[in-house]
Design a protein around this ligand. Structure first.
Ligand SMILES: Cc1ncc(COP(=O)(O)O)c(C=O)c1O
Length: 395
């Protein structure tokens, strides 16, 4: 099996499994209990918080544990919007290429009286900091732009955007789910007020994550109930998963620089191999993208059958975001980049990771070439184009 869907989720690291087992056996108490079992769990929780904060270069009190990227995003966005409303500011700037974990909450806010500007990316999939600056208004209360896109891997100019927001006193949230553990992701360097991350993208367990909340930034809780997480997120913490997340993040960050270099070389080889297939196009900037991301569209091929046939050959891939796989809508990211729907439904996302090697790249290129040829041979549209009855979209 060749796993090339690391952006959807990554295999759990052995160190994370060991840490989780250990907590479930020996520190299973409720960290809010004041007896010894509680104290033991509390110590694990605070140790994980300190280790994650050390990696982010922030204070432990700035780390809020959540159930993952989605909850972190919702918490940050609804909190900032509520604070904005109180101050009479109801304008939000974001981008059209955000993950649905950001888009859907913003759509909810738009339905509730907020004016949300969704900036389009350029053809290469990047949001421009100048466009953010031009979109800011007197009543802007929040800017939300991701560190890197989950479909194309394109890295966004979050530092510039952070500087702009800071200068104007506007809250800046960044969804760092795709970079945390993979590229330096330091809130102080980015200049954000809140930053979302998810453990399973860096070898931790699914269903846990964190939200960085800058000291001094107010946070209005999303979940109400007990007094956990300094009254900012109610609910008994998933101590085992949090311990697993801390171990996975440490291991991921330790290998980060070497791994980024190794993966970028494999990525470029994979891109070159796939683009040698006629009438194919790379989605997103060739260099300004995550070291592990390949996203290619093939004319005359739909994403879903492509993924299923690759799966039959033992290659795990995705078309667009994994979360929207199964839905035959063209990717909102590729559409926003100006890709015609016929190509936006045919995207293949391959995301590399620890287990990827040259052999996997070679086998994948061969398999994709075969599967694309097979699907094209069954496509009436492709046949009409080869017969010269219709024009090709791609050269
Ligand atoms: C950029 C981005 N944001 C948010 C999420 C949501 O994270 P989770 O599924 O862990 O809640 C994902 C997951 O794919 C993502 O890629």
């Amino acid at each position: 099996m060749i796993y090339l869907d690391y952006a959807a989720t990554s295999p759990t690291r052995a160190c994370a499994i060991d840490a989780m087992n250990d907590v479930m056996r020996h520190a299973w108490g409720n960290p809010s209990s004041i007896h010894e079992e509680g104290a033991r769990a509390k110590a694990v929780l605070e140790d994980a918080r300190e280790r994650i904060a050390a990696i982010l270069g922030c204070r432990p009190s700035e780390i809020l544990f959540t159930s993952g990227g989605t909850e972190s995003d919702s918490t940050a966005l609804f909190s900032a919007a509520q604070a904005g409303r109180r101050a009479g500011r109801r304008h939000i700037v974001s981008s059209a290429i955000e993950h649905h974990a950001v888009l859907r909450p913003l759509e909810r806010l738009a339905a509730n009286g907020f004016d949300v500007t969704f900036l389009p990316p350029d053809r290469d999939g990047a949001i421009s900091a100048d466009a953010v600056r031009d979109a800011l208004r007197e009543d802007t209360c929040l800017v939300s732009v991701m560190t890197a896109n989950n479909e194309t891997g394109v890295i966004q100019p979050v530092r510039e955007i952070g500087m702009l927001c800071r200068a104007r006193g506007i809250l800046f949230h960044t969804d760092a789910v795709q970079t945390a553990g993979h590229l330096p992701t330091l809130p102080a360097e980015i200049g954000c007020d809140t930053l979302a991350a998810s453990a399973h993208k860096f070898g931790g367990p699914r269903g846990t994550g964190f939200l960085y909340v800058r000291r001094g930034a107010s946070l209005i809780p999303l979940l109400l109930g007990g007094n956990q997480e300094r009254e900012r997120r109610a609910g008994t913490e998933n101590v085992a998963a949090i311990a697993g997340m801390a171990a996975a993040l440490e291991e991921s960050v330790r290998a980060m620089h070497d791994e980024a270099e190794r993966l970028a070389a494999l990525r470029d080889r994979l891109i070159a191999g796939l683009l040698a297939i006629p009438r194919s196009v790379l989605n997103g900037h060739p260099a300004n993208r995550l070291p592990n991301n390949v996203n290619v569209s093939f004319e005359g091929v739909e994403g879903e059958p492509l993924i299923l046939l690759l799966d039959e050959r033992g290659i795990r891939a995705s078309s667009g975001a994994a979360c929207s796989a199964g839905a035959l809508e063209p990717s909102h990211v590729l559409t926003a980049m100006g890709q015609p729907p016929a190509l936006a439904v045919g995207s293949l996302r391959l995301t590399l990771g620890e287990d990827t090697d040259e052999d996997a790249v070679r086998q994948t290129v061969d398999a994709v070439r075969d599967v694309v040829a097979r699907l094209r041979s069954q496509s009436p549209d492709w046949q009409a184009k080869t017969a010269g009855e219709r024009a090709f979209l791609l050269p």
